[in-house]
Write a protein that binds this ligand. Structure first.
Ligand code: ADP
Length: 458
């Protein structure tokens, strides 16, 4: 099969869809190639928190937030290893991206919240569950406008280069058939990360005790690093591959984030199987996960109370009710802290003492022994709930090097003509640790830029 379009996008996750729509808005015809049987990638099952500061707004003033603080926390939160120009691009275009999504009909809750490892209440939560709101929005745009074709079950294999310029993609269809897709203006790689590629994880990991197959991933099965390999074949610079983000929040069986009972950072604690806290639960994601690796069985219990779930029908961030999770044996419930402890096999006296000590600090709002400073309400209102969690591979922060215009940069520091990249496939934005809530911002901001620039051949 021979196809052609102005802009060819590899991957129909959040970055690819943003790029496709943005390219179309800039006058291009678009083909989006997706190797899986459906759109969405990791984005569709992401918790859904999108960091952005509406500078000077009432909310930002109330929360003492600013674009400058978002920059500082992102840059310093990644140990200053991220590219400052890319971080600046991210934070400065974040709110405009929220507004862009809103302009296409996407709805967000009015008040931002603090997502795990997000450090500040600036995460905007879509009204639709998890990441589905993004795709509802993009699909509605695609249906209403001619000129964007999404081809499922179509795996990009190789970039076509002519006279130093990327001019298309060779792909494989469902039956193994070869498909050549010509790009009149540009190709955008938006194929996501490599969280499910154990060999790549093992090859690049330096930070974690191990990332072998005993450590599961939150990622969808297609997150195998294909785009990084395709980029490497055309001499793209591949950067910061050792920066692999884990969360302390994986389902013990599957590694998935579903079943996670925490609703927001302020209202929950983590205890180990002995019933003791071991880390500041408002800390960075890497800090919390490294601490979890050092606990017995590498396992923690999230403990919350009726402040998080005033009714059994209240849902977690993954669209599951707490009653349903308890019925399925994925969460446990006790009218008192001691009863909860019995149910999860944790020494009741320990858990009671841990909760009492925590509540003292909630009352005084003073940093506790772990340095925790984020508090709202005490854990004092039954029923109490607990859910088990283990370390899980979440986001790969290394990948293809880009500039602020999303041009792909080669190993000699030059732009590769015709080639753009956006989203988790890129490297060097988040440094050694990505702030919670910055991924959806990243993919939307850079996806949008990539689509616009590719459409204009800029
Ligand atoms: P991002 O957050 O950067 O958008 P996602 O994981 O959400 O990343 O989306 C990446 C998408 O790219 C997934 O839907 C994945 O299946 C798709 N993909 C990965 N490799 C290929 C490939 N070789 N060809 C086509 N699509 C791919």
């Amino acid at each position: 099969v021979e196809l052609s379009a102005d802009v060819v996008v590899i991957g129909a996750g959040g970055a690819g869809m943003a790029a496709g729509v943005s390219a179309h808005q800039n006058g291009a015809t678009v083909v989006i190639l997706e190797k899986m049987a459906k759109v969405g990638g990791n984005t569709i099952s992401a918790g859904g928190a999108m960091n952005a500061v509406d500078e000077g707004s009432e909310t930002a003033i109330k929360n003492k937030d600013s674009v400058a603080l978002h920059f500082k926390q992102t840059y310093e939160g990644g140990d200053k290893k991220g590219d400052e120009v890319l971080v600046k691009t991210l934070v400065e275009n974040a709110w405009a991206s929220v507004e862009w999504l809103q302009s296409m009909g996407m709805k967000f809750l009015p008040e931002p919240f603090t997502v795990t490892g997000g450090l500040w209440p600036r995460a905007h939560k879509p009204v639709d569950p998890v990441g589905t709101g993004f795709f509802k929005t993009y699909n509605a745009y695609i249906e209403a406008n001619k000129g964007i074709e999404v081809r499922l079950n179509t795996k990009a294999e190789k970039l076509i280069v002519e006279n130093g310029k990327v001019v298309g993609v060779i792909a494989t269809g469902k039956t193994g058939n070869k498909i050549t897709v010509k790009a009149n203006k540009g190709v955008v790689i938006a194929s996501g990360g490599f969280g499910q590629n154990v060999a790549m994880r093992q090859e690049f990991n330096k930070q974690w005790p191990t990332l072998d197959e005993t450590i599961k991933s939150t990622n969808h099965p297609g997150a195998t690093g294909d785009g990084i390999m395709m980029g490497r074949e055309v001499n793209a610079a591949i950067v910061q591959m050792e920066n692999i983000q884990l969360l302390p929040l994986g389902d013990p069986e599957t590694g998935s984030l579903s079943g996670n009972i925490e609703t927001d950072v302020e209202k929950r604690i983590y205890v180990n199987i002995e019933g003791n806290r071991f880390v500041d639960e408002g800390a960075r994601r890497d800090t919390m996960t490294l601490a979890l690796f050092n606990q017995p069985q590498k396992k923690l219990w999230i403990v919350v109370d009726a402040h998080s779930y005033p009714e059994g029908t209240v849902k977690n961030n993954f669209n599951e009710t707490i009653d349903g999770l308890v019925a399925d044996g994925r969460a446990f419930k006790g009218e008192t802290v001691e009863e909860l402890a019995e149910k999860i096999g944790v020494p009741p006296a320990n858990l009671a003492a841990t909760v009492a000590e925590f509540n003292k600090h909630v009352a005084s709002k003073t940093p506790d022994a772990f340095g925790r400073t984020l508090y709202s309400v005490p854990l004092d209102k039954g029923p109490y709930y607990a859910g088990a969690r283990v370390p899980t591979v979440h986001h790969t922060m290394g990948g293809i090097k880009i500039d602020a215009e999303t041009h792909v940069i080669d190993v000699n520091g030059n732009v590769i003509p015709g080639l753009y990249a956006a989203g988790e496939v890129t490297g060097g934005i988040h440094g050694s640790n990505r702030l919670g809530g910055n991924a959806l911002t990243d993919i939307t901001v850079f996806g949008r830029i990539a689509g616009a620039n590719a459409a204009q051949g800029k």
